[in-house]
Write a protein that binds this ligand. Structure first.
Ligand SMILES: Cc1cc2nc3c(=O)[nH]c(=O)nc-3n(C[C@H](O)[C@H](O)[C@H](O)COP(=O)(O)O)c2cc1C
Length: 391
């Protein structure tokens, strides 16, 4: 059987701190530090603790050229090779001389996950950053905290000043005050809503406008034979618009509660999962990691990038993942402004449970990166809720 290393692997020397009371009572340091190696390999979606032998072997096997398993076993021992294959850090190939008995379903699974990762052309650091920054099961009880500014100042002292001088203040060029214009009204009324009306329905025509003007194609251009880009109201790196909008509908006239995919060109909502009213509210709460102040928004949009739509052009590119995040940010601001124009409050958050959203939407995080959740709706009585929980 032939083997090689998985495509993307970062090995972190991790420090684990502990308390040594005995040492403390005898005048020594109470703090102990234990070191161990941790493998971060995005196709696994979990961390693996490594022994020094594992690190040595992984450092000697490349991710491109296939090698004979037997030769590696001779050099490092059969146990370690088997262990790293089981963990998915080494991958084997069925088509490259493997015996039937060597091809367990686990080995085939890791091979397939590794192939999926390779096919996307992620920059290795970006793949690690994305996969290992996702939340699952994050809620108030499991660590989602909502400190007030007072709490933060007590804990960390004053924050850095809100604005900063660079260069000589005496050389600063005084600028004229901007003239008021029509766009000001929209820009200055935009705010993050944390107090949605729990009963208000959004008319279908308004929901359709919000989706089409934010996430819909305003035009389509053929850049080369059968190679299209979309024109939207927000900019996108390379004009590729990899961000897809998945709508979690709670109260849109004529649209049953559930998850939908918004088709940017056809301007239709494609049903993904029907939900009861309670299930939709519960999924909304899970989506925003227990931030109840967002969970009643009648329209939520989960923004998830089809990474290969961008990485097709920006292969293994240092800036590509950053471009996906910027694209999602632009879309959310456009939704905010359209919501403001319609007299609705908007929001965006990155404090989200990506894993539960991937599961609900049937998305693979290696191919479709859930980035943010935004939404909007009519404000409830009392209207503006002052910032308490900004992240
Ligand atoms: C990337 C990003 C993430 C945010 N995440 C949260 C969040 O998790 N919870 C929240 O209440 N607000 C969140 N906000 C909203 C900000 O707190 C808000 O924009 C900020 O307080 C300024 O208020 P304004 O939008 O009303 O001007 C987020 C905003 C951005 C741009």
């Amino acid at each position: 059987m032939l083997v090689r290393r998985c495509a993307v692997l970062l090995i972190e020397p991790r420090e684990e701190l502990g308390l040594d009371l005995q040492s403390m009572f005898s005048g020594g340091s109470a703090l102990t530090a234990t070191m161990h190696w941790v493998a971060l390999a995005p196709h696994l979606d979990r961390e693996v603790t490594l022994a020094a032998d594992d690190v040595a072997l992984l450092g000697s096997v490349g991710q491109t050229v296939w090698q004979q398993r037997a030769a590696l076993e001779q050099q490092y021992g059969a146990d370690i090779v088997a262990r790293l294959l089981d963990h998915g850090l080494l991958v084997g190939d069925a088509r490259l001389g493997a015996q039937e008995s060597e091809l367990s379903p686990e080995l085939a699974h890791w091979r397939e996950r590794d192939d999926t990762l390779r096919a996307q052309h992620w920059r290795p650091l970006s793949a690690v950053a994305h996969i290992y920054s996702r939340w699952r099961g994050m809620q108030s009880e499991s660590g989602m905290q909502f400190p007030t500014f007072d709490d933060l100042v007590k804990e960390y002292g004053q924050p850095p000043s809100p604005a900063v001088e660079r260069g000589g203040a005496s050389d600063a060029i005084a600028l004229p005050a901007p003239a008021a214009d029509a766009l000001d009204d929209l820009l200055l009324r935009r705010y993050t809503g944390r107090n949605f009306d729990t009963t208000a329905q959004v008319p279908l025509a308004l929901a359709a406008r919000l989706l089409q003007r934010t996430f819909g194609a305003q035009d389509q251009r053929m850049m080369a034979p059968d190679a299209y880009v979309l024109k939207k109201t927000s900019p996108s790196a390379g004009g590729l618009h990899p961000c897809e909008a998945y709508v979690l509908a709670q109260r849109i006239d004529g649209v049953a509660p559930g998850l939908y995919h918004y088709h940017a060109v056809n301007h239709v909502l494609e049903p993904v999962q029907a939900l009861t009213v309670d299930e939709a509210r519960q999924l909304a709460l899970v989506a925003v990691a227990d931030q109840q102040w967002f969970a009643d928004a009648p329209i939520m949009v989960i923004v998830a990038a089809r990474v290969f739509r961008n990485f097709w052009k920006y292969r293994n590119h240092a800036k590509a993942h950053r471009a996906l995040l910027l694209d999602a940010g632009h879309l959310s601001q456009t939704l905010y402004l359209l919501a403001t124009e319609a007299g609705l409050a908007g929001f965006v958050t990155a404090a989200i449970n990506e894993v539960e959203l991937e599961q609900a939407l049937g998305l693979d995080p290696l191919t479709d990166a859930v980035i943010a959740v935004c939404g909007c709706g009519p404000a409830g009585p009392g209207d503006y809720v002052e910032l308490r929980n900004a992240t």
